[in-house]
Design a protein around this ligand. Sequence first.
Ligand code: NAD
Ligand code: UDP
Length: 316
Amino acid sequence: MKMDKKRIVVTGGAGFIGSHLCERLLEQGNDVVCVDNLFTGRKDNIRHLMDNPYFEFMRHDIIEPYYVEVDQIYNLACPASPIHYQYDPIKTGKTSVMGALHSLGLAKRCHARVLQASTSEVYGDPEIHPQPEEYRGCVNPIGTRSCYDEGKRMAETLFFDYHRQHGVDIKVIRIFNTYGPRMAVNDGRVVSNFIVQALTGEDITIYGDGSQTRSFCYVDDLVEGMIRMMNSRDDFTGPVNLGNPGEFTMLGLAELVIRMTGSQSKIVYRELPQDDPKQRKPVIDLAKTELDWEPTVALEQGLEKTIAYFRERLAL
Ligand code: NAD
Ligand code: UDP
């Protein structure tokens, strides 16, 4: 996609998805400012971009306001893995809510377009399967996942209130489980955990009985969808689901990772965390119609690239 040069902020740009997004936006000829406090992100994720004169890194915590002159804002800053967002749940809530307010405030002042990286977690432990955007969700407001789920739900509310009250140009995407190179070794989410465990010969930890399902999207597909959404027609705000509708059980994923890595690791079962969703799969009809987008990378293909990345990271 060829576009005019834009000044773009990516909050959370040193994280897993954010670093891929910064890279792609630079490739398209934009001027990119990455705002990140490096809580779960790493300078190593963006080191290869540091020499680019159109890339700037700003170490900043988005619970405080930030001031830059921009055309577009992608708001991704927020820990995304349960172990990291539960480490300091009050801070997670602040990051979602204050981060949304500050990104919206900046968009209002600069007349910029602002995109919120929301999540399939707004559907909670869904009673409707697969999940379309109209589904309002089944979220526990007082559980251990609530800091993230309710924080992201409040952020969506703020986005739509700024849009209705101040005419801010908003875009909201709901991202389903995304994986790929640059996930942190200690990220704690299932794909990176299983791969790291398989490559190092440790036990593969399945939480619960492994019958719960998730749909996994390769990061390149997701980034393509995000950019299409940001540049979609003026009156399309979303929310729009972005994810890969292929659905897998966690036991199935463990077996696939063991086979693909040729690992001797054995599967062990651990307690299922509180409010862990039993099933998840996106309806992506809206993304197909509005953005002409659908994922192109099958799970095995994406896992191959992710396994190669972790082999190198772990120097195996
Ligand atoms: P990540 O943890 O790798 O990235 C999050 C980034 O935000 C990190 O670089 C972190 O340092 C930064 N950050 C956290 N708190 C901050 C703060 N207060 N101020 C500034 N920076 C802060 O996770 P990710 O998977 O790349 O997720 C990126 C975004 O996408 C998140 O908003 C997440 O909720 C959303 N999302 C991701 C997935 C997924 O499967 N990967 C699914 C749904 C939604
Ligand atoms: N999970 C697992 N073993 C792990 C990490 C996660 O069985 O080592 C399970 C987890 O309980 C959940 C699924 O895998 O059912 C996806 O977990 P993840 O943390 O990746 O994402 P989320 O639950 O936020 O979708």
